[in-house]
Design a protein around this ligand. Structure first.
Ligand code: PLP
Length: 398
């Protein structure tokens, strides 16, 4: 039979973790696994600004016909402004263009096909560790995947090792950088580090690709775009993948964009013709709803202000959970050991807990996190920080 030789690949370990969590009858359980934002009630709610925008769309939308290969032009404009800054010279010079994609993953996938087809022979360099989909997605497009060090076995950001490897990367290769809220570690580069990375990228003539999946979850909507805007200002060419999954809570609506910054308006048109062609072979035209919601919100000053407040509330909750957990670990003599949790940014924290400790946390305390020791801080119940700290102390000390 045709299918006889087809085997089974293992499922995503995070999905397995979600199933185990759901099956656990312990009412004191913690879900620190799956990478979605959760509020104080443990829910991932629809933002109020999104609800209001959706109501408007239901009332006003007149057609469901296809949108173009680059998606909705209004979305393209607002996402360019959000990421690059509305006053960015590149936008005025028509040197930056957004192509709407199904989520940030779609943007990454389109970037992979763009590299494979338009820049053949270029390899891509990923941080070690990185979001696991980066690894498989670029390999699936036939691109050689290599790594630069990022966080060492001592669970510290190792910028010197990172820079030393970047110095050795062949000219023309692509370097994938996380704009902020590094997944999975939570360790971000300082502004000084970013300047040093920029210097190597420029000297070695590397092509940066900045994955921007958590704008607003680190230090603020504008602050988180700092490195992206630095690179856009200082380099003639840049790829940026933007996701609206987290900051608009639009996860399942699959909303994102691949933004290309090119040396001239004319070159951008060349590249955009290629992207439309490549996208046509991937998903034809992108899904509309999430992008229409984003365009509605960002195109209306009142909705935009409501949304910015909602993002800020999510960001603050995460920041407070970080400092709260470090504080709760203090009485166990572990405040210093876990101080990095307060320094890291975004939803994720490389806690430094090893696989055995993670296993014990799950089996003995119903605390669920990925075996690498990555915890989704946003999944913590703020009223039970002491309980979580006690569980961590138990597996660390005994
Ligand atoms: C680093 C990183 N990039 C990109 C994405 C893509 O997200 P989505 O496809 O849901 O927009 C994620 C989501 O978890 C991520 O963590």
């Amino acid at each position: 039979m045709h299918f006889d030789a087809i085997g089974r690949v293992p499922g995503d370990p995070i999905l397995g973790l979600m199933e185990a969590y759901a099956a656990d009858s312990n009412p004191r359980k913690f879900d620190l696994g799956v990478g979605v934002y959760k509020d104080a009630l443990g829910l991932t709610p629809i933002l109020q600004s999104v609800k209001l925008a959706e109501q408007r769309l239901v009332e006003r939308q007149t057609t469901k016909t296809y949108i173009g290969g680059h998606g909705d032009a209004a979305f393209g404009k607002v996402i360019n402004d959000l990421v690059l800054g509305a006053d960015n010279a590149l936008i005025g010079q028509q040197r930056a263009g957004a192509t709407q994609t199904p989520g940030g993953t779609g943007a990454l996938r389109l970037s992979a096909d763009f590299i494979a087809h338009c820049l053949p022979g270029r390899g891509i360099w990923l941080s070690n560790p990185t979001w696991p989909i980066h690894e498989t997605l670029y390999a699936a497009a036939g691109i050689k995947v290599s790594h630069y060090p990022y966080v060492g076995s001592d669970n510290r950001l190792d910028v010197e090792a990172m820079l030393a490897t970047l110095e050795l990367i062949p000219k023309g290769d692509v370097v994938l950088l996380h704009a902020c809220c590094h997944n999975p570690t939570g360790f971000d580069l300082s502004q000084d580090d970013w300047h040093r990375v920029l210097d190597v990228v420029r000297r070695r003539e590397l092509l940066p690709l900045i994955d921007f999946a958590y704008q607003g979850f680190g230090d603020g909507l504008e602050q988180d775009a700092w490195a992206v805007r630095l690179f856009a200002r200082e380099l003639p060419e840049l790829l940026i993948t933007s996701s609206c999954s987290k900051n608009f809570g639009l996860y399942r609506e699959r909303t994102g964009a691949l933004i290309v910054c090119a040396g001239s308006a004319d070159k951008l048109l060349d590249i955009r013709s290629q992207l439309a062609f490549l996208a046509r072979n991937l998903w034809s035209t992108p899904p509309d709803h999430g992008a229409a919601v984003v365009a509605t919100i960002l195109g209306d000053p009142e909705l935009k202000s409501l949304w910015a407040d909602e993002v800020e509330a999510m960001r603050l909750r995460i920041a407070q959970l970080r400092s709260g957990l470090v504080e709760a670990l203090g009485p166990h003599g572990l405040g210093e050991r876990f101080a990095h949790i307060g320094v890291q940014r975004g939803m994720f924290s490389y806690t430094g807990l090893n696989a055995e400790q993670v296993k014990r946390l799950r089996e003995e305390h119903s605390v669920y996190m990925v075996s690498s020791g990555r915890a989704n801080v946003a999944g913590i119940d703020a009223t039970r920080l002491d309980l979580l700290a006690a569980a961590i102390a138990d597996v660390c000390v005994s």
